[in-house]
Design a protein around this ligand. Structure first.
Ligand code: ADP
Ligand code: MG
Length: 237
């Protein structure tokens, strides 16, 4: 327990440092993005510059994502639960990522059972699902199938399943996947799954992981069907 305590103090101070750095980076990144936008407008007729500028813009967007992740993770998340339609949430994510999906020639399948409205924090859950779908896409560099399903697990629980036919994970990877800053990617930050964990925990849910190296990964989110967050009266008595 002493070790655990030291470990969690260490994580807390790393978290504070990370959040400080992320805050400090936010303004300069905004400045750079505005500069790029101006240049893009001024130089839009010169093919030599537009490609480079597009490239810079993509890179700075990647930096911005890292900073957002850091802030998101370090922040004390507040949750607001409302009745939400899971299907439009999932379709919105697919729409958002449609460029990436077609770029990699990925097939998308969806199986949506009618589970009705669920009480969740739509914005947070969207973030969690986005992180999971992004991981699935990144696990499939070219070709592959992404399957999203929503189904009733049992009387009490809804299952949201994100399945890919990608690289899969070793036992060690699976054990470490929720560790903050754990990543096996060149450009990864390793906060995506930690954020997912935080969000699903707040919803009183569970995360199940099944993965086979070279075969693919299936992540199952189990969410309580009639969730009443602490301090809030149940919306569906
Ligand atoms: P990041 O994506 O920045 O690396 P995450 O927290 O999202 O961080 O994921 C941590 C690690 O878990 C990844 O680097 C990868 O090794 C592994 N991982 C997560 N999802 C998948 C997946 N669908 N397929 C294979 N590996 C995965
Ligand atoms: Mg990720």
């Amino acid at each position: 327990t002493q070790d655990k305590l030291i470990e969690s103090e260490k994580m807390a101070s790393i978290g504070r440092l990370a959040s400080r750095i992320a805050h400090e980076l936010r303004n300069p990144i905004q400045g750079i993005r505005m500069g790029i936008e101006w240049l893009q407008q001024d130089l839009q007729h010169d093919q030599r510059f537009t490609t480079t500028l597009q490239h810079i813009d993509q890179e700075i967007l990647a930096v911005n994502t890292i900073v957002q992740d850091l802030l998101e993770y370090a922040r004390d998340m507040k949750f607001e639960y409302t009745e939400t339609d899971l299907y439009s949430l999932l379709d919105g994510i697919l729409f958002n990522l449609s460029d990436k999906l077609s770029e990699r020639h990925l097939t998308v399948r969806t199986h949506y059972d009618d589970v009705g409205m669920v009480v969740v924090d739509g914005i947070r859950l969207r973030q969690a699902l986005l992180n999971l779908v992004q991981n699935a896409i990144e696990a499939m560099p070219e070709n592959g199938t992404l399957t999203l399903s929503v189904t009733l697990q049992d009387e009490q629980q809804i299952a949201i399943i994100i399945q890919d036919t990608g690289c899969g994970m070793s036992q060690e990877q699976q054990q470490r996947i929720f560790e903050p800053f754990y990543t096996t990617k060149d450009k990864g930050v390793g906060l995506g799954m930690s954020i997912v964990h935080k969000i699903i925990e707040a919803h009183g849910g569970q995360i199940q992981l099944e993965s086979q190296q070279g075969q693919g990964t299936r992540v199952t989110l189990l969410l309580p069907k009639h969730f009443s967050p602490k301090g809030i009266k149940s919306l569906t008595p």
